[in-house]
Design a protein around this ligand. Structure first.
Ligand code: H57
Length: 419
């Protein structure tokens, strides 16, 4: 909407989100059964109707929303973002807009979004809903760069019909499942190379969302300057401002909106049986610290298994991350980017007049002898976190210099600097 003015509750929600720092992304759908990631239909299946038959065998008998939510909360995450419908077009809730959904097309017949929403609300954790703008199943979605090899009939493309379908689905998601923290759109990039710019009619769609739930935050995974009506800015596999993920755009300018970086725990979003290459807990901690050091949240992805369980390695990472967060979360939650942006030795966060220097180089062989931080005034106190032990420093020419001890705490040696 031209002249979108966020409501007070929306602005409050943005701050709540900005303070959250860690969320867990869940990519789960019938693609999980093929165990080759969420792009399996696009990458390998010539006939989408053959792929769709998997729905009739989807029976994740170990699915327990409360177990997921508890494990995620215990990791220190403040929100969950769930794929209600990915590019394969399968809806994980009891939608009336299509029979291609969890209740009508599977023997499982349980509304996954409802169970997850209820568990999130009961456990007091934010719920964000991922919603794909792309659909590789329906003929009315006007194909872009993807979806051309799944057997769709381009002559049946009908944008007004598809747009109406999406808005009817979004209306369900925003009226049936209680408070929705955010809608996370993905797919804009499917039409980023069109000869004439594709009109997604975002203004109208965003206005609908903000009308139904004014506090609901809208994000769109386009890697560009936010469009009018967006409340948060998303970066897939990039820290804000980076562009390594291969999006077609010039910039990825960082806006003043709350920021979020999403990244996978292994290499794939949806469950992929051959990818057991999980990042170590220490690598995840460094990623989280660097994201916080950019003032952004980390949305860390897990691909649940076809039986409904989170993979054991993912549960292991959540558990160890939670242990670390129970102490160090205090230096991240509610913080802003500190004066030194992520660099070779680590990153800084700042909260209530205290700078936290996180010394956590990716390569521990590159541990610096000392770190320097520009400060306008001599600090009031410099201590080790969390012990509170005094740390020696020098302050000269508006530069604070702190020696790194011979045996720094790994993976993150934290110094608290009171301004
Ligand atoms: O849901 C996950 C993640 C959050 N977004 C999806 C993935 O399935 C991937 C989106 N990737 C965006 C992207 C980056 C580079 C270009 C697209 C064919 C057409 C475009 C791409 C490949 Fe590439």
């Amino acid at each position: 909407a031209q002249g979108y003015v966020p409501t007070q509750e929306n602005l409050a929600e943005r701050e709540d989100f900005r303070n959250a720092k860690l969320g867990i992304f869940l990519h789960w759908g019938i693609y999980s059964m093929f165990a080759q990631g969420e792009w399996y239909l696009q990458n390998a299946v010539p006939d989408r109707m053959e792929y769709a038959k998997a729905a009739d065998a989807f029976y994740p008998h170990r699915f327990d929303a409360r177990q997921w939510v508890r494990a995620i909360k215990a990791a220190g995450a403040k929100y969950i973002c769930f794929t209600t419908r990915h590019h394969d077009g399968f809806s994980m809730w009891d939608t009336q807009q299509s029979d291609y959904n969890i209740v009508k097309a599977t023997p499982f017949k349980r509304d996954i979004v409802k169970e997850l929403a209820d568990a999130c609300h009961e456990e007091g954790i934010r719920l964000h809903l991922y919603y794909s703008h792309i659909d590789w199943m329906r003929d009315d979605y006007p194909m872009g760069r993807t979806g051309r090899n799944c057997g769709k009939d381009a002559s049946k493309s009908d944008w007004p019909h598809y747009f109406q379908f999406m808005n009817a689905q979004l209306t369900e998601l925003l009226t049936r499942y209680g408070k929705v923290g955010a809608i996370w759109f993905d797919g804009w990039w499917d039409h980023d190379q069109d000869a004439t710019p594709f009109n997604w009619q975002l203004d109208e769609q965003y206005a609908l969302i903000h009308k139904l739930q004014p506090a609901c935050l809208i994000g769109n995974n386009h890697h560009m300057e936010p469009n009018e009506g967006e409340d948060i800015q998303l970066f897939e596999r990039d820290l804000p401002g980076e562009n390594k993920a291969g999006f077609v755009d010039k910039a990825a300018q960082v806006s003043p909106l709350p920021l979020e970086t999403c990244e996978t725990m292994n290499g794939m979003w949806g469950y992929k049986v051959v990818d057991q290459n999980y990042k170590s807990t220490n690598e995840i901690i460094r990623l989280l610290v660097n994201t916080s050091g950019k003032g952004a949240n980390l949305l860390l992805n897990i691909g649940p298994q076809p039986n409904g369980q989170l993979p054991a390695l993912a549960l292991d990472r959540l558990k160890h991350l939670g242990k670390w967060m129970s102490t160090y979360g205090a230096t991240l939650y509610g913080s802003q980017a500190g004066p030194v942006k992520p660099c070779e030795w680590g990153a800084t966060t700042e909260k209530n007049g205290t700078i936290y220097a996180h010394i956590c180089p990716a390569d521990t062989a590159k541990m610096p002898a000392a770190i320097t931080i520009p400060m306008a005034k001599k600090p009031k106190a410099v201590t080790h976190f969390p012990s509170g032990a005094k740390v020696a420093y020098t302050y000269r020419n508006k530069l604070l210099t702190i020696d790194v001890p011979a045996n720094p705490t790994t993976p993150d040696h934290v110094i608290a600097i009171k301004r």
